[in-house]
Design a protein around this ligand. Structure first.
Ligand SMILES: Cc1cc2nc3c(=O)[nH]c(=O)nc-3n(C[C@H](O)[C@H](O)[C@H](O)COP(=O)(O)O)c2cc1C
Length: 154
């Protein structure tokens, strides 16, 4: 199975994660074809909306202005074009879940945008990682996605 991974990246961390998890998927798939291949697509401010007709997950970094993640409002900044891209989809049946990138220094706001996407689009929060994601996180997340694909195909 091919799983599409849609992402946005402002300072390059999420792009690095996406490229490395794609490479890992190629290595795993080569050894055993039951492992899914991950195909990546970066969303930009000027991306043309295409309806996603095959299964996909979304990786979003967290950029918030104001608020504390608990009881005061916060505003998504920098990543809105990804939200707009998703909102513009005709339907969300191929949208399998969200992965968040963030920094734990932001405490209660850690990966909050991913949590907000999960709520808005009614999909699971699959995983989170800090910054670019270390090799262990990438391996773990690939295995979660692989399990998800197996269930999807059943
Ligand atoms: C201005 C700014 C605000 C941020 N706000 C948050 C935040 O509220 N919560 C969080 O978990 N990480 C926050 N981060 C960390 C980023 O989400 C993190 O560095 C992420 O990996 C960036 O991804 P990118 O390099 O793909 O753009 C912030 C970073 C910056 C520069």
């Amino acid at each position: 199975m091919i799983l599409n991974l849609l992402y946005i990246s402002i300072s390059g961390n999420t792009r690095s994660f996406a490229k490395r998890i794609q490479q890992l998927s190629e290595a795993k798939h080569e050894k055993n074809h039951s492992f899914p291949l991950i195909s990546i697509k970066e969303i930009h401010d000027n991306s043309t909306v295409e309806n996603e007709t095959t299964p996909y997950v979304v990786v979003v970094p967290t950029y918030l202005e104001g608020g504390n993640g608990l009881d005061s409002g916060d505003q998504e900044i920098m990543t809105e074009s990804l939200r707009d891209y998703l909102t513009s989809q005709n339907e969300h049946q191929n949208f399998l879940g969200v992965i968040g990138s963030g920094n734990k220094n932001f405490a209660h706001q850690y990966c909050l945008t991913a949590k907000q996407y999960a709520e808005q689009f009614n999909v699971p929060l699959i995983a989170d990682f800090e910054l670019r994601g270390n090799p262990k996180e990438i391996e773990n997340i690939y295995h979660i996605l692989s399990d998800m694909c197996q269930k999807y195909e059943q």
